[in-house]
Design a protein. Sequence first.
Length: 228
Amino acid sequence: MVKKLVGYVRVSSESQEDNTSLQNQIERIEAYCMAFGYELVKIFKEVATGTKADIETRPIFNEAIEYLKNDNADGIIALKLDRIARNTRDVLTLVEDVLEPQNKMLVLLDLQVDTSTPTGKMILTVMSAVAQLERDTINERTQGGRKTKAQKGGYAYGKPKFGYQTEDKELKEDSSQQETIRLIKRHRRSGKSYQKIADYLNAQNIPTKQGKKWSSSVVYRICQEKAG
């Protein structure tokens, strides 16, 4: 049975709509589907108003995901990883929390990722390992500078993560945010997906640290953080 895919193409400004960017993405996606026997049932085109690739700020991408959830296609295809999300971690969250539970596939042409194949899944696993290595390396590089700064007195580790606040240069727990963290982790232990948890928090008008809407990737990061 021929698998059906939806295409997603994106440019970051209105001016790019007249050049080859969108059309080039479409042509390469069409060529891939023709070569490998996929049926391209629909293409979602998005012209972003800025440079951010946050999933929650892209309504057309969310339309594509809803289209998949309604079983209109077997997966989504894009030219590059950065068309889908800001970084590898966000793509992994999308695959693990949204696509895989619904048995949907992701195809990224630049990385030759096709999550319906063993090779594609292996590449995704390697991507995950590389992303973790990058985070660990960045953390290691910043420790020296932070330690020196802290020796001068007070909290010197940048903006506190969710659940904490600074008061008189001291890091202290934010009781309201700590309760939200406990709520998130209880829901996660009960088997709820990151997206379902995000939807619940938004429905309850519980804000993120920046006062914005919750997304599955933000919930994921909180679940992965160690206490303290």
